[in-house]
Write a protein that binds this ligand. Structure first.
Ligand code: HAM
Length: 424
């Protein structure tokens, strides 16, 4: 019978890779705790309507990338393509706005988009997602961005570039759309089929098209930053001032638009040359009208999402924690094996990563296994050691040996702990 493989664009994360995931998630949780950001856990499945309304009908995500199906109950459901709409849904449904003037929420988990799989782009991928809801003070924008950059540095990323832009608001954007549409209408014949359609539905999206004709068409196109209203202009200036106060360097990218329709005012992306074409490791922005659009009171918000797969591909090897065991127990003979079986599980209860081999293998092959696993120490126990209640502990890095007593499990655990904590 033919074997069954995973679905295209859906990736297994293998045991060799999970330490890097733990590294990122642990650091993220620590940073969030110092900035007062609390975790919210939301379902992977939502009503399709949530994303249609939240992300926008004329976006690529809603038009062609969602995993949507008709449930047996006759309702259309969708595997979430992003977390913001779901977080807002939960925030409104549970009236979290009534509890705090500013809710700072994070969630970590898989998202689903039926995009063309390629390097750094998957159909199931993971995001670390943060939303600050309740205030539109520009200091909030800068603080969120400052935290994001700090987090990226904390996990070991260097060579980052932060780009910001303002996308205006419902007051000033409609007028800009008209200016942009009339500029691009003259160039309609150089636009790709998708962008010709976008011209009336969502002309700002044309800035993001990678087709050569469309890129050329927008080179000279008007930019929204020159068309935002005074209020948006003041807000954007303040965001920049506060980023400077926090020593966070940035560049203004006047051509940056975002792939989701809910954004207003501040938009940002962090890129790195190391990622090539798929170079945004994170993106986000303000979305002041979204709570109202989703049927709640009018509450401002801003957030970002980091693509975890992309982030992990950038982390230097030495930054990631490893799975290497602390101790390998090499047992020779059945009495020693029973002893080591009990000892290994006692050491594990004391928090020591301990391994042994259950089969009757030679010392040489057990030592080979200890090497392969990358154990720091090996304790060799045979008949003689059982009788004398002492054994040789070998440091696998330097090769030096020392005698230790086998008389008490708790003394052994304490001794191992001291050795493991000391630098090798
Ligand atoms: P986004 O720009 O669509 O924003 O996605 C954020 C990040 O998710 C991207 O920068 C990228 O690293 C990663 N990403 C997106 N699609 C894929 C994919 N197919 N494969 C691998 N990684 C991917 C959002 O999702 C917004 N919800 C962010 C946000 C939160 N805005 C406000 N709050």
């Amino acid at each position: 019978m033919a074997s069954i493989s995973s679905v295209r664009g859906f990736k297994d994360i293998l045991p060799g890779e999970t330490p890097r995931w733990h590294h990122v998630e642990e650091r993220a949780r620590k940073v969030f705790s110092s900035f007062g950001v609390n975790e919210i856990r939301i379902p992977i499945l939502e009503k399709t309507e949530l994303f249609k309304r939240g992300i926008g009908e004329a976006t690529d995500i809603v038009e062609k990338e969602m995993y949507t199906f008709l449930d047996r109950g006759g309702e259309y459901l969708t595997l979430r393509p992003e977390a913001t709409a779901s977080v807002i849904r939960a925030y409104l449904e549970h009236h979290l706005y009534a509890e705090e003037p500013l809710s700072k929420l994070y969630t970590i988990g898989p998202m689903f988009r039926r995009e063309r799989p390629q390097k750094g782009r998957f159909r199931q991928f993971h995001q670390i997602n943060v939303e600050f809801l309740g205030q539109d003070d520009p200091r909030i924008d800068s603080e969120l961005i400052f935290m994001l950059i700090h987090l990226l540095h904390t996990v070991g990323l260097t060579d980052l570039s932060l780009e910001i832009n303002s996308l205006g608001c419902p007051e000033c954007r409609p007028a800009f759309r008209k200016v942009l549409t009339s500029f691009l209408e003259d160039k309609a014949n150089t636009l790709c089929e998708d962008c010709r359609r976008r011209l009336s539905a969502n002309p700002l999206r044309i800035f993001d098209c990678k087709q050569k004709g469309c890129q050329e068409a927008i080179t000279e196109a008007p930019c929204i930053l020159d068309h935002i209203c005074d209020e948006c202009g003041r807000h954007f200036k303040e965001v920049q001032k506060n980023l400077n106060l926090l020593n966070t360097s940035f560049t203004i990218n006047r051509k940056m638009v975002r792939g989701l329709d809910y954004y207003t005012r501040t938009a940002f992306e962090v890129t790195t040359n190391a990622l090539g074409a798929q170079n945004a490791v994170t993106g986000g922005g303000r979305y002041d009208g979204l709570t109202k659009l989703l049927g709640g009171p009018d509450i401002p918000g801003i957030g970002f999402a980091i693509g975890v797969e992309r982030l992990i591909s950038l982390i230097p090897e030495e930054e990631a924690a490893t799975l290497h065991p602390d101790v390998f127990l090499a047992a020779l003979g059945s009495e020693a094996r029973d002893f080591c079986y009990r000892l290994s599980n006692t050491l594990r209860l004391a928090g020591l990563k301990t391994e042994m081999d259950f089969s009757d293998k030679s010392l040489k092959s057990q030592m080979k296994r200890a090497h392969k696993l990358g154990c720091r120490f090996t304790l060799i126990i045979g008949e003689k050691e059982m009788k004398e209640k002492k054994a040789q502990l070998r440091n696998m890095e330097g090769g030096e040996q020392r005698e230790i007593s086998l008389a008490s499990f708790s003394d052994l655990a304490a001794c191992f702990k001291r050795l493991i904590q000391s630098p090798s």
